[in-house]
Design a binder for this molecule. Structure first.
Ligand code: HEC
Length: 147
């Protein structure tokens, strides 16, 4: 009986603690997503400058990564996650309509860019430009760079 009770207790407790293990926290999560954006953008820029040879498969993977990032990012700013070692601007929470517009635009533009399925360097340049205009405009309004 005691054994069964222990098993039941474990079964009940586990789902409650599992997310805490898999989920590092919204701040770490969103910074990890943005670091991925940074790496992809460096690689994409290098392919466009000819520093790294153009590879269509890699280019399309970068565009697909942007879509995933744009979808995952907006959910990582719950109320109360504006403290700690963050570069997130208070405007994210004080101007929710503008923030929603910026994150929605990022999603729309990344999806459109990825849908072009690039095969040449100039095509990638166009799609890449569509996406990276968002980095600049959103950072101007919603990121306070610390360094
Ligand atoms: C819709 C808004 C938005 C868009 C679009 C956006 N960013 Fe960001 N980015 C942020 C915010 C907000 C932070 C600060 C997150 C924090 O520290 O809590 C950030 C942080 C970063 C960081 C620092 C991550 C760290 O903690 O080390 C990098 C690098 C970065 N972004 C790159 C990019 C690139 C590259 C793109 C475009 C492909 C991009 N971002 C698009 C809002 C955005």
């Amino acid at each position: 009986m005691r054994m069964l009770a222990a098993v039941l207790a474990t079964a009940i407790i586990l789902p409650a603690i599992a997310p805490a293990v898999a989920f590092a926290g919204p701040l770490e999560d969103r910074q990890a997503i943005m670091k991925g954006n940074g790496r992809d953008t460096k690689l994409g820029g290098d392919m466009l400058k000819g520093v790294t040879p153009f590879d269509a498969a890699v280019a399309n993977k970068i565009l697909a990564n942007y879509v995933a990032a744009a979808k995952a990012f907006p959910g990582r700013f719950p109320a109360g996650s504006n403290g700690g070692d963050t570069e997130a601007s208070p405007a994210i929470w004080s101007k929710p309509a503008e923030w929603r517009a910026a994150t929605t635009k990022f999603q729309t533009d990344t999806i459109a860019a990825a849908a072009t399925k690039v095969s040449t360097q100039p095509e990638f340049g166009k799609a890449f430009g569509m996406v990276t205009a968002n980095c600049k405009s959103c950072h101007e309004g919603f990121r306070i760079k610390k360094d």
